[in-house]
Design a protein around this ligand. Structure first.
Ligand SMILES: Nc1nc2c(c(=O)[nH]1)N[C@H]1C(S)=C(S)[C@@H](COP(=O)(O)O)O[C@H]1N2
Ligand SMILES: [Mo]
Length: 320
């Protein structure tokens, strides 16, 4: 599994890859994962698609991936929630291009031994990237299946050596109203903030994504680094993070500040607890063809086996 990432050759996928082509490429990758690195290089040297610098080396993590059909690159990069660029689903695609995600640094503060300002590369080992195909379930009752490229958040947190009283991790999105037109309007209390319990942050399903479809994240998806917590509603997965803070108290979160009766801190996907204004029992899979077709939403977005134990003894109705 760790063979491919050592290769200097990049893994290629065209700009807008049809799912079938992408999945074929994936099965090739899984096969060569068991062969030698040298062979992998040769295979890709023969690939007709030329290398782009925004393509990433990664190893597929099949153990943590769903086998459901993945959404198209076009769906994933044109239908977004990123209020910093506007409130319409097409706004992040249309108005995200002024944002400059390079170079990037992250300020780490609070209850940890290693604090200060870190370059992206200091926090994220680019040679350890994994691909994980996760469902993303938005609180607005739509969903997508996305092949993320990233690393476990736990690997970053371990580097930062949180102290024993660090019970929570708080995250902040960059504040750049000149590059983010949505931040020039009071849609939310900027900057966007989110948080997790330390247990949730250290959970092996929780990742920091730097790419998708094998390529670096585009601005609309939260370049250059964003959180992914697949068993929670999408709004927990904060984008373009430039601050991480370890603390003993539960962090404030943007959507909870904005509408506390609608969006809680935990925000676990739960088909049995409706949003005050709509049902959470079903979801519309983006790109599923016939408009309005809905499928049942799964408890913890289908990750119950892995995460239900984090919440034993807690009322998920009261702690929504
Ligand atoms: N900073 C920031 N992060 C954010 C948001 C946002 O508006 N601002 N929207 C959230 C919501 S509601 C969802 S559903 C996901 C959408 O991620 P995607 O556009 O990459 O699919 O991002 C989350 N992260
Ligand atoms: Mo969302």
């Amino acid at each position: 599994m760790s063979l491919i990432r050592k290769s200097k050759q990049v893994i290629k996928s065209s700009e807008i890859t049809p799912e079938s082509v992408y999945l074929n490429r994936r099965s090739v990758l899984q096969t060569i994962g068991t062969l030698s690195t040298g062979l992998a290089i040769n295979l890709f040297a023969n690939d007709s698609i030329s290398a782009n610098e925004n393509q990433l080396n990664f190893s597929p993590n099949t153990g943590y991936s769903t086998t459901e059909p993945i959404n198209s690159y076009e769906d994933i990069t044109t239908y977004n929630n990123f209020y910093e660029f506007g409130m319409q689903k097409s706004d992040p695609y249309n108005y995200g291009s002024q944002f400059e995600p390079k170079p990037w640094s992250v300020k780490v503060s609070g209850e940890a031994n290693k604090t200060g300002v870190f370059d992206l590369d200091d926090l994220i080992d680019i040679n350890a990237l994994e691909e994980r195909i996760y469902r993303l379930r938005c609180v607005e009752a739509w969903s997508m299946v996305i092949p993320w490229v990233g690393i476990p958040l736990a690997s970053i947190i371990k580097k930062l050596q949180p102290k024993l009283n660090a019970k929570y991790v708080a995250f902040e999105t960059v504040y750049r109203p000149k590059q983010m037109p949505g931040q020039r309007r009071p849609a939310l209390d900027w900057p966007y903030i989110e948080g997790l319990t330390m247990q949730e942050a250290m959970h092996p399903l929780t990742i920091i994504a730097v790419g998708l479809y094998g390529k670096e994240l585009l601005n609309q998806n939260g370049a250059p680094m964003r959180l992914i917590v697949p068993w929670k509603y999408g709004f927990k997965s904060i984008k373009s993070i430039n601050k991480i803070h370890f603390q003993s108290k539960q962090p404030l979160t943007s959507w909870n500040i904005s509408a506390p009766n609608e969006y809680g801190f935990l925000a676990n996907v739960n088909p049995e607890v409706d949003h005050p204004r709509w049902s959470q029992a079903r979801e519309r899979r983006i790109g599923s063809g016939f408009f309005g077709t809905k499928q049942p939403t799964l408890m913890f977005n289908g990750y119950a086996e892995d995460v239900a134990n984090l919440y034993s003894g807690i009322s998920l109705r009261r702690n929504f």
